[in-house]
Design a protein around this ligand. Structure first.
Ligand code: URA
Length: 436
């Protein structure tokens, strides 16, 4: 593709790149021009890659980030659900291991009286994707036309839809994210924030709760960087008229006791049935509380969960997308159990190690478009803080491809610590909250 060097508009790609490379601030006109040109193909991939790298090094001001986000939204369709009879509210997680929270959360918040339009993604690398998890339910489909989405959201017995974003939603972000992935330019707070928020704002939700993960298994390893990302996203949402709040939550160890698609669906159904692991229940209720408050509803999600209404909404939500809530979930053909080597207390189960192991077992994909094994993943029989005895089962690995087991075991080799005694004090799950 020819590089864009023409100066007919008074703006050109090379001067935009060099302005940012030298630490300057891009004007609104420059940002609109370069994002539009990239979407249309007149700004070449190598020019956008160079600009992305300059942004990684030099950053963007709040004004530049807001304009960049607006330009990405303007590259495609912006949905509008303001005519629905119920307030709309969505949740976005920056991604973690065992993060199945959307599955119990969306029907719970719908059961509280809000409409939940959630455009979601498939997993890449060590974090699983919500669509992959739901696709393990027999018959369930991720593709929903906008007209059908609107019908589901307006239906008081359903109210929640989790589906794939259409190609026309922030197409500039789709192209740019693919380019950033292969040019070492993902790690930039303004680029991550504008990428996430352009899609969420274009999705048409009236309110948004962000779950920004912090720790070993997250994008953001440090609390300070996570706080900066959360603050940038909250500001972008509020500037665009979307009521936005962020929770910063721990991702040093996996959430719950499963990582892997069908395994996580089964665990989510346990939560909807009133059981499930304490951390999954606590985070679901914390996020639901924020969502319900932003939606202006005076309901306690804990009461709704305890009363069984969230389970009713789960069943109608799954059926609305072709799924059978009573259908048998896929199970992997092979399992392998890893056992504790000594007596003591499990003090560390590293989220990144578990995520990579689950991915190697077949739960995730290495490249976009690869298939996933729905039954693959890891069951955790102990979590940090639990006493263990030598020989006790710690993890069960599930896979259809037993050749993958040694690679998964290798990923877990440095991920498990058993000490003689437990550390004092519980590690908090919710680390901070940003937004008014
Ligand atoms: N997720 C996104 O959608 N975009 C990013 O840039 C990073 C994570």
């Amino acid at each position: 593709m020819p590089c864009q060097t023409g100066r007919v508009t008074g703006v050109d790609a090379v001067s935009i790149i060099t302005t940012k490379r030298d630490g300057g601030e891009l004007s609104d006109a420059q940002i609109d021009w370069v994002v539009d040109g990239f979407t249309r193909g007149s700004v070449a991939d190598e020019q956008m890659s160079a600009l992305a790298m300059a942004i990684v090094w030099r950053g963007m001001t709040r004004r530049e980030t807001a304009r960049w986000t607006a330009a990405m939204i303007a590259s495609g369709r912006r949905m509008d659900f303001t005519d629905l009879p119920r307030p709309t509210v969505d949740k976005h997680s920056t991604g973690g291991v065992g993060d199945k929270i959307t599955l119990p959360l969306a029907p719970l918040v719908a059961a509280c009286g809000a409409a939940v339009p959630q455009l979601s993604g498939r997993g890449l690398g060590h974090t699983g994707g919500t669509l992959d998890k739901l696709e393990s339910i027999p018959g369930w489909r991720a593709d929903v036309e906008v007209a059908r989405m609107r019908e589901i959201l307006a239906d008081p017995a359903i109210g929640a839809v989790v589906c794939a974003a259409g190609a026309d939603l922030a197409p500039a972000d789709k192209r740019l994210y693919a380019l950033r992935d292969v040019t070492g330019t993902v790690e930039s707070i303004p680029l991550i924030a504008s990428s996430i928020m352009s899609k969420k704002i274009a999705e048409g939700t009236g309110a948004l709760v962000l779950d920004v993960k912090v720790g070993a298994g997250a994008f953001m390893k440090e609390l300070g960087a996570a706080r900066e990302l959360a603050t940038t996203m909250v500001e972008l949402g509020q500037d665009a008229g979307v009521r936005t709040v962020a929770l910063l939550t721990a991702m040093d160890t996996p959430l719950g006791r499963t990582a892997g698609n069908a395994l996580e669906v089964a665990e989510s159904v346990e939560v909807l049935a009133g059981g499930g692991p304490a951390d999954v229940v606590a985070l679901t209720l914390a996020l639901a509380g924020e969502m319900v408050a932003l939606a202006g509803l005076d309901v306690d999600p804990a009461d709704v969960l305890a009363g069984g209404r969230a389970m009713d909404y789960w069943r109608t939500m799954v059926r609305a997308q072709g799924g059978d809530p009573d259908g048998p979930l896929p199970r992997a053909r092979h399992t392998e159990t890893l056992r504790a080597e000594r007596d003591g207390v499990l003090t560390r189960l590293d989220a990144m190690g578990v995520g990579i192991a689950a991915w190697r077992l077949g739960a995730g994909r290495a490249r976009q478009g690869d298939p996933v094994q729905f039954g693959a993943g890891i069951e955790m029989h102990a979590k940090p803080g639990d006493p263990v005895v030598a020989g006790q089962a710690l993890l069960t690995l599930h896979t259809d491809t037993p050749d993958a087991i040694p690679g998964a075991v290798a990923a877990l080799a440095d991920s498990i610590t058993i000490d003689a005694t437990a550390p004092t004090g519980d590690a908090p799950l919710i680390l901070d909250r940003i937004g008014s």
